[in-house]
Each structure stands twice: as structure tokens, then as C-alpha cells.
Design a protein around this ligand. Structure first.
Ligand code: FAD
Length: 309
């Protein structure tokens, strides 16, 4: 069995693996796609000490650093079940392939995925004007016109944030009213360079083949079609944690995030979690990496405090 089995090979899982392996304990990583979301990222400019890198390169460096240690990397394998034996405290992770792995502790770092609009042009112009991360890509649209799709807290926060950088923001909400907290809505409506459209449905992202040039939308009350000229579309309609496989085994928040405390502990003893799949606020590489270190050190702490099964 492993001492620490990490499920997920993004920035949080890779960091957890490095921290665990450096304790000289048996460490394994199961990953559906080693590298995680950064594989789909173009420029990364906010990971301190690395002024500029690109996602695939960052992912390759994560993997090569993990491989400097004696870590058993099981790539293209998906965790499908999790259980804990009450008596021995041993944790079992069942893989989709049918195999079963046993470990004294588990760090879950399965990340999340952005919900997409599923309209024509969205996939084609991803990273060419269509983006999901205002903290990451906001500065790329300095002085330009953008739309934010979604009027929940993340959409309204994104619009407020972007309004300070870009020349104009149009916020588009599908429902007849915004769902964000009142304090955020008040702030939003006080900004001179923001328009808010409610009961509006985005129908297409338009581009010139190389980048986004506009967006088509339709009123849900009058059915009237409209178009906007702009350079960027920030889609903020939800981040879905990859935790479906854990339902019923440990505590999840109403949004499906694994509930963790400040040390990365979950509701199941010996099971820790880190990164975008958890309730840790702010979904960023540097945050995910930091929480991966925390979870691995907590797992090590758990091991030295429990009897060897
Ligand atoms: P992830 O990166 O999501 O990794 C999850 C890992 O778990 C993957 O290996 C996945 O294959 C695996 N996995 C999932 N389910 C299972 C399962 N059941 N069994 C086994 N493995 C599983 N952040 C920044 O800080 N700066 C940026 O510039 C930036 N740009 C971004 C651009 C894009 C397009 C996107 C999508 C995100 C961007 N982010 C950026 C956010 C950042 O990528 C995430 O916060 C970060 O990757 C989260 O790391 P993680 O390890 O928690 O999860």
C-alpha cells in the first residue's frame, strides 16, 4: 500500500506529490490527465518567480519535477470510488479500470472544469478572446471592450474587476434578474462603463478566424436579436468541481466542492483535499499549489500520529 496516494495530477496534486515524496514515504499519483487545466492555458503570468510561461510547458515542468522523486505516477487512470475501512483506517481508491489501490492517506486534487455556454464560436475562439478567468486574462484586454456572461457572484465580481482595466463591459444574464449579492450589484451599477442586460441569451461568439470580434445575443422576452462588437468574452456561468465520484462518501458543499478545513482535512479521517475541487477560496495555480503542500504535510502529520496498520 501507499502512504500517500494523490488523486489528480494538476498543480495541487503535483505539489502534494513532491511534498509527500520528500518525506521519504511511499507516494503515488493517479491522474486522468497529468497537468490538469494548465494544459489548456496559453500564457501564465501570475505564478510568482515565473514571469511568463505557457500552460503545456508549465505542465511538463510539473511532471518532470515529480519524476525527480520516487513517485509512482499512474497517468490516464480515473479514480471512481473511495472508501475507508473503519477498523484499520486504510483507504481504498477504486479506479475506473477496475483496479483498486490502498493507502494510509489520500490527497484528493481532482480540480474543476468551467461550465461552457455551448454556442457556436465559443470553442473555436477559446483563448482567442473567449476566456473563463478574469484574474488570469483581464490584463490582456486593457482598454478594450468585453462581455461577461453570467450575473451570479462570479460574473458580477468579474465585471467589477474588469471595469477597472478594460474600456467597457457588457454583463449578460440569462435570467430576468442578477443573482449576485446586493452589495456587488450596487457596486456594479455605480460603474459608468458597465451595461447590464438581463433576460438575454448569448447565441454566438463571432470572430474573424483569428480572434473574437463580437457576440450575438437574443432577448428572451421579445426574441429580438442583437449583436455587440467586442474583443473579449468572459464566461462566468459556473465552475464544476470534479467530485461526482465522491458523492455520499465525504462532505461536499452545495456546489459540490469538498469541504476542507485550513489544514486540508476532509470529513473522512486520513483523506485530505486541495485545489479547485475544494472549498478553498480562489481558483488559481498558486493557490492550488499551496493547498497541495498543506494537504500533503497534513497527510504526513496524520501518518506519524497513527499506528502503522
Ligand atoms: P486541475 O488543474 O483541474 O487538475 C486536476 C487533475 O485531476 C487533472 O490531472 C485531472 O485529469 C485529474 N482528475 C480529475 N478527475 C479525476 C479522477 N476522477 N481521477 C483521477 N484524476 C482526475 N490560474 C492561474 O493561476 N493563472 C492563469 O493564468 C490561469 N489560466 C487559466 C486558463 C484556463 C483556460 C483555465 C481553464 C484555467 C486557468 N487557471 C489559471 C486556473 C488554474 O488552471 C487552476 O486553478 C489550477 O489548474 C487548479 O489546479 P488543481 O490541481 O486544483 O486542478
Amino acid at each position: 500500500p501507499f502512504d500517500v496516494l494523490v488523486v489528480g495530477g494538476g498543480p495541487s496534486g503535483a505539489t502534494a506529490a513532491v511534498y509527500a515524496a520528500r518525506k521519504g514515504i511511499r507516494t503515488g499519483v493517479v491522474a486522468e490527465r497529468f497537468g490538469g487545466q494548465v494544459l489548456d492555458t496559453m500564457a501564465i503570468e501570475n505564478f510568482t518567480s515565473v514571469s511568463y510561461t505557457e500552460g503545456p510547458r508549465f505542465a511538463a515542468e510539473l511532471e518532470s519535477q515529480v519524476r525527480q522523486y520516487d513517485v509512482d505516477i499512474m497517468n490516464t487512470q480515473r479514480g471512481a470510488t473511495l472508501s475507508r475501512d473503519e477498523e484499520s483506517g486504510m483507504i481504498s481508491v477504486g479506479l475506473a479500470s477496475g483496479a483498486e489501490l490502498r493507502s494510509r492517506t489520500v490527497v484528493i486534487s481532482t480540480g474543476a472544469r468551467w461550465r461552457s455556454m455551448d454556442v457556436p464560436g465559443e470553442a473555436e475562439y477559446r483563448n482567442k478572446g473567449v476566456t473563463y478567468c478574469p484574474h488570469c486574462d483581464g490584463p490582456l484586454f486593457k482598454g478594450k471592450r468585453v462581455a461577461v456572461i453570467g450575473g451570479g457572484n462570479s460574473g458580477v465580481e468579474a465585471a467589477i474587476d474588469l471595469a477597472g482595466i478594460v474600456s467597457h463591459v457588457t454583463l449578460i444574464e440569462f435570467d430576468s434578474e442578477l443573482r449576485a449579492d446586493q452589495v456587488l450589484q450596487r457596486k456594479l451599477r455605480s460603474l459608468p462603463n458597465v451595461d447590464v442586460l438581463v433576460s438575454s441569451m448569448t447565441t454566438e461568439v463571432v470572430g474573424d478566424g483569428a480572434k473574437v470580434t463580437g457576440l450575438n445575443h437574443k432577448s428572451r422576452t421579445t426574441d429580438e436579436a442583437h449583436s455587440l462588437e467586442l474583443d473579449g468574452v468572459f464566461v462566468q456561468i459556473g465552475l464544476l468541481p470534479n467530485t461526482e465520484w465522491l458523492e455520499g462518501t465525504l462532505e461536499l458543499s452545495p456546489r459540490g466542492e469538498i469541504v476542507v478545513d485550513g489544514a486540508g482535512r476532509t470529513s473522512l479521517p486520513g483523506v485530505f483535499a486541495a485545489g479547485d475541487c475544494t472549498t478553498v477560496p480562489f481558483k488559481q495555480i498558486v493557490v492550488a499549489a499551496g493547498s497541495g503542500a498543506t494537504a500533503a504535510l497534513s497527510a504526513f502529520d496524520h501518518i506519524i500520529r497513527t499506528d502503522v496498520p
